[in-house]
Design a protein around this ligand. Structure first.
Ligand SMILES: *[C@@H]1O[C@H](CO)[C@@H](O)[C@H](O)[C@H]1NC(C)=O
Ligand SMILES: *[C@@H]1O[C@H](CO)[C@@H](O)[C@H](O)[C@H]1NC(C)=O
Ligand SMILES: *[C@@H]1O[C@H](CO)[C@@H](O)[C@H](O)[C@H]1NC(C)=O
Ligand SMILES: *[C@@H]1O[C@H](CO)[C@@H](O)[C@H](O)[C@H]1NC(C)=O
Ligand SMILES: *[C@@H]1O[C@H](CO)[C@@H](O)[C@H](O)[C@H]1NC(C)=O
Ligand SMILES: *[C@@H]1O[C@H](CO)[C@@H](O)[C@H](O)[C@H]1NC(C)=O
Ligand SMILES: *[C@@H]1O[C@H](CO)[C@@H](O)[C@H](O)[C@H]1NC(C)=O
Ligand SMILES: *[C@@H]1O[C@H](CO)[C@@H](O)[C@H](O)[C@H]1NC(C)=O
Ligand SMILES: *[C@@H]1O[C@H](CO)[C@@H](O)[C@H](O)[C@H]1NC(C)=O
Ligand SMILES: *[C@@H]1O[C@H](CO)[C@@H](O)[C@H](O)[C@H]1NC(C)=O
Length: 454
């Protein structure tokens, strides 16, 4: 009787494992429409405002923007930060940043403030700013890397001296209605909260100083708020089936020659060279090559080789956008076998582990000075890598599209996947299935026999 029970338990644990897997898939495969991102639940941009000294009519503060998001960076043309003053404050001077609009300073004589607007908008200065206008962490054109890629360049600071403001921690008022564009919409900022004053270590690490007063603002991103159409799609292929499953048609938009003439450029267009040369600078609206998917970015996942203990995938990212060199790009991929990645070639890799129990998500990005720049659509326009996975005998299969990714993000945006029923099949999938069922039956039988003998 004992061996029956043990087999029942084994079968039951297999079944419950499959159910668990299905549950995990179904609850992690939704596309996020709210500020909550399942793969980076705590991801946020924090704005920290440190008052460093009081002045006769206000204070001097250092404002630092931290990008705490694991895989969403802030790319050119960079962040812009806005707020509304609580009273009639003005900005006398700024270092390491500037207000985009001075506003009406006509009530001032002699010393003219940097900005008199009730709701100023501040941007970073550009690289190459004279030293006397710089402070630490400034002047990167508003570009911040993602936290996982490089925490040392994920923060940006500017200093401002505020007038017509409170001059003690009792009379000063925190600004309201913070807004962050990074670039374009997508971020929502909470209220400023007074927090414990920041502490600073001197360069020789022998003395700690602290801010007179500190407040924090937390901003979170939502792809829904950004109201962007998708920016990337996924195509699939495998060594065991000649079919290449392309990106879904119209994944990022449709070619319409009536409503939006010139919404894309044909690869063999005689105007290609002139269009491309006119779009010499990075611009926020993509100019894409005409494809059935119309996406600026395509990620191709090719199941390349099957070894006894391992299997190998080739990942190719192609840029169809003539207007953008994607610097410091990153990819997030979810596949159950990322818990046993053996080797990755030509990309950096870090395991993302939002829930302690599931270890199936990886962040990949380019190697500095080698392929961290994904060039515009011509002439090169792609980067590639190969990934070697170790097979886990209990889950590994080429059946039912298991070898393909569950979800892909490019630069933090969810990529459009082909429908699961279009995934490349194993040749004669049904007969294979029968074989594997037979195999399970046979092994259970032999187990029975063994138990019976014992
Ligand atoms: C923002 O991110 C930081 C770093 O991950 C985290 O410590 C903090 O709790 C987050 N803030 C919020 C409000 O989620
Ligand atoms: C303001 O400063 C006083 C000491 O001058 C301190 O006791 C108090 O905690 C400070 N309040 C805030 C909100 O920082
Ligand atoms: C700040 O935001 C609140 C809520 O969004 C709004 O009611 C208020 O008018 C805004 N204040 C200013 C000064 O813009
Ligand atoms: C305020 O922001 C700083 C810098 O990100 C962080 O170290 C600190 O924990 C934050 N404080 C609160 C209460 O969120
Ligand atoms: C462009 O317009 C022509 C004629 O109106 C039409 O036949 C063709 O299908 C259109 N192409 C696309 C991609 O919509
Ligand atoms: C991309 O980089 C190449 C080489 O540095 C440059 O020639 C091209 O103008 C850049 N394209 C854009 C859109 O910035
Ligand atoms: C997740 O998998 C990676 C790659 O195998 C490994 O380096 C990491 O330690 C794993 N993390 C956990 C929590 O198991
Ligand atoms: C990775 O594979 C090895 C060998 O098959 C196995 O012992 C180990 O438990 C696996 N690790 C994970 C996290 O599944
Ligand atoms: C390859 O996969 C496709 C589904 O994408 C399927 O229609 C086709 O029959 C498969 N080819 C073979 C040889 O099994
Ligand atoms: C695959 O199935 C077809 C019919 O379903 C059959 O004719 C063919 O011989 C099978 N091929 C293999 C390799 O089993």
């Amino acid at each position: 009787m004992g061996f029956y029970v043990s087999i029942m338990i084994k079968l039951f644990s297999k079944v419950s494992y499959v159910i668990l897997l299905l549950c995990l898939l179904s609850c992690t495969c939704f596309t996020s429409t709210e500020a909550y991102d399942a793969l980076d639940p705590n991801g946020n941009v924090t704005v920290k405002w440190d008052i460093m000294s009081w002045s006769p009519d206000g204070y001097v503060a250092v404002v630092t923007i931290y990008n705490f998001q694991k895989y969403r960076h802030i790319q050119a043309p960079g962040w812009s930060l806005g707020w509304t003053w609580a009273k009639k404050e003005i900005i006398w001077t700024m270092i390491g940043g500037q207000a985009t609009d001075q506003g009406d300073c006509s009530r001032f004589k002699g010393n003219i403030p940097h900005c008199c607007k009730k709701s100023p908008t501040v941007v970073d200065l550009l690289p190459g700013t004279p030293y006397n206008q710089q402070i630490a962490n400034c002047c990167k054109g508003g570009v911040l890397s993602s936290w996982v890629q490089d925490p040392t360049t994920a923060a940006s600071s500017f200093q401002l001296s505020v007038g017509a403001a409170g001059t003690t921690n009792k009379t000063v008022r925190v600004p309201k209605n913070f807004t962050l564009n990074a670039p374009g919409p997508g971020y929502t900022c909470g209220p400023a909260n007074i927090v414990k004053p920041s502490k600073f270590m001197t360069a020789d690490k022998r003395r700690v100083t602290q801010a007179l007063m500190t407040w924090n603002v937390t901003c979170t991103y939502s792809q829904f708020l950004a109201q962007k159409s998708p920016t990337c799609c996924v195509s699939l292929s495998s060594f065991y089936n000649d079919t290449v499953v392309p990106c879904p048609r119209c994944a990022c938009g449709c070619q319409s020659n009536i409503t939006q003439p010139g919404s894309c450029v044909e690869l063999d267009s005689p105007y290609l060279a002139s269009v491309v040369s006119r779009s010499g600078t990075n611009s926020y609206t993509p100019l894409v090559q005409c494809t059935r998917h119309m996406c600026p970015i395509r990620v191709h996942w090719h199941v390349k080789v099957n070894y006894k203990e391992y299997w190998r995938v080739k990942i190719t990212i192609t840029n169809f956008n003539y207007r953008m060199n994607y610097s410091n790009w990153n990819l997030v991929a979810q596949h159950p076998n990322f818990d046993n990645l053996t080797q990755i070639f030509s990309f950096n890799y870090e395991s993302l582990n939002p829930y302690a129990t599931i270890n199936d998500t990886a962040m990949l990005w380019g190697i500095k000075f080698y392929n961290d720049l994904l060039m515009q659509a011509s002439p090169v326009g792609n980067v590639q890598s190969e990934v070697l996975f170790r097979k886990d005998k209990s889950t590994f299969t080429f059946d039912k599209g298991w070898a393909f990714p569950r979800r892909i993000y490019f630069n933090g945006d969810n990529c459009v996947m082909p429908p699961p029923d279009a995934y490349p099949w194993l040749p004669n999938a049904s007969s294979r299935h029968a074989v594997s069922l037979l195999f399970i039956l046979a092994t259970s039988l032999s187990a029975l026999v063994l138990h019976a003998h014992a």
